[in-house]
Ligand binder design. Structure first.
Ligand SMILES: [Zn+2]
Length: 285
């Protein structure tokens, strides 16, 4: 292991395990989701979705929390995980869900949605094309089974070598290995706005994704990641960036946006799939 790490240049990362593969939600399978974890669900139908919409809306502090809505939905829809029946209570279910990778939860959610709507998902466009300023369709129907997704053949791990020295718990840190970003790594705390690339998101995800330091199994909190040991210095910005890239390499699951061509200028455009208004919003009506 040591020789392998030594060969890694500063500021570079290398994949330790988990081969990335591109597929679609439909091709990947309509029953099982992402990363080899068998997830089962039962049809819940419109009455559940209406109840779900009300439940989420009644928790004003969660309003707009994309990840929380998705996790709540998954908590209610998921009946078994790894062949084990899910616990009854919502809190117990959420605790379990926090151990899942973001990709699992996203994949599960979209797969459910695809089933309930026979694959169709209505999304709101409406903004003019950023290239030609031409009008784009207000509503689009997307076949979720065509949604691109990334899967790994085994648990993905990426090792990164720091550019600058960093001391943590009296340890001179040289390499940091990151694994799956899980739901617990901040996904539940993210608002829609934060879901976009922000430094906060990056830091949460990096902290929660760390599985090894200097090739020794270790986990650390966001506070620890941002801490400065006596006489030491904080983890450098350049290493935060490098680690952010390493974590991105381990993000699997379905795409959060669909790509399509502008009808006028044929530019390649992306439209984000919006869960809160596209799903829960509609379910109340
Ligand atoms: Zn255009």
């Amino acid at each position: 292991m040591e020789t392998e790490s030594a060969a890694l240049e500063r500021g570079e990362w290398q994949r330790v395990s988990g081969k990335r593969r591109k597929t679609t939600l439909g091709k990947h399978g309509r029953r099982t989701v992402v990363a080899g974890r068998p997830l089962d669900f039962e049809p819940l139908g419109l009455p559940f979705r209406r109840r779900m919409g009300e439940m989420v809306d009644s928790r004003s502090d969660l309003d707009g929390h994309f990840g929380m809505r998705l996790a709540l939905y998954v908590a209610h829809a998921l009946t078994s995980l790894d062949g084990q029946k899910m616990p009854e209570g919502e809190a117990e279910k959420l605790t379990l869900i926090r151990t899942l990778s973001v990709a699992d939860v996203m994949g599960f959610g979209y797969l459910r949605l695809a089933h309930e709507d026979e694959g169709r998902f209505r999304i709101n466009g409406g903004d003019p094309c950023p290239k030609c300023k031409g009008k784009l369709p207000k509503k689009m129907l997307v076949d979720l089974f065509d949604l691109p997704m990334v899967v790994f053949d085994e648990e993905p791990r990426v090792r990164y070598r720091l550019v600058r020295d960093w001391k943590f718990r009296d340890l001179k840190v040289e390499t940091i290995t990151v694994g799956y970003p899980t739901v617990a790594t901040g996904f539940l705390k993210l608002t829609d706005e934060m879901f976009n690339r922000t430094s906060r998101r990056s830091m949460e995800w990096i902290a929660g994704s760390i599985v090894e330091i200097n090739d020794t199994p270790m986990s650390l909190t966001l506070d620890e990641l941002c801490s400065v040991s006596e006489g030491g210095r904080p983890l450098s910005d350049i290493d935060f960036e490098g680690l952010d890239e390493a974590v991105d390499e381990n993000i699997g699951g379905p795409a959060h946006a669909i790509r399509y061509d502008c009808p006028k200028c044929k530019s390649d455009l992306a439209l984000r799939l919006n869960w809160p208004t596209g799903f829960f919003g509609r379910s109340g009506g």
